[in-house]
Design a protein around this ligand. Sequence first.
Ligand SMILES: Cc1cc2nc3c(=O)[nH]c(=O)nc-3n(C[C@H](O)[C@H](O)[C@H](O)COP(=O)(O)O)c2cc1C
Length: 182
Amino acid sequence: MKTLILNGSPRAGGDTAALLKAFTSALAGEYMLKNCFGADISPCTDCRACRVSQSCALHDDMQEIYRCLAECDNVVIASPVHYGELSSSLLSAAGRFQLYSSAMIFRHEKPNVTAKRGAVILAQGGSGGAERAYETAVLIFRSIGITEVMPMVCSGNTDRLPAAEDKAALSAAVSLAARLNG
Ligand SMILES: Cc1cc2nc3c(=O)[nH]c(=O)nc-3n(C[C@H](O)[C@H](O)[C@H](O)COP(=O)(O)O)c2cc1C
């Protein structure tokens, strides 16, 4: 089993990282963890080259994500909640999935994505809901043909209880891995 994990947190040892540590410690098979923040990933410029070509015109770190999506079983979107949404670096990377939308809509081809299951791991301070971020993640998954999305794992009050100490969220992250393993 192969899992692609897209992490949108800017904090290397932050709350999302704590949840991912618990998750990956219980996850079977191989995984590729891509930290979107600081990666060489340009936003989609809507150049529309992918409406006629099978590849993205931008050559940066997204190429390794595209390669991983062509052979993995699961995709995990992990992010802090920023203004009720997924982080900007996560959204910026996900915008490059336009390649797959173009495959379906304009080139009438199946997107080159093997993954069947999606999962969402979120951390938020506690000043708002994470539902919008989860819904956005579901939309992103749909845009690459993934319709089976697990319920979200969220540490929802990190201003008062850091995710690394949030036993319920850490345990939910481990259970999520077990579910994917099964
Ligand atoms: C720019 C910014 C916007 C944020 N917006 C929200 C928000 O809308 N709701 C919320 O509950 N927490 C919000 N937070 C708090 C983060 O979600 C919280 O600190 C999170 O645990 C950070 O995760 P990380 O350590 O993985 O980056 C925001 C933090 C930042 C820096």
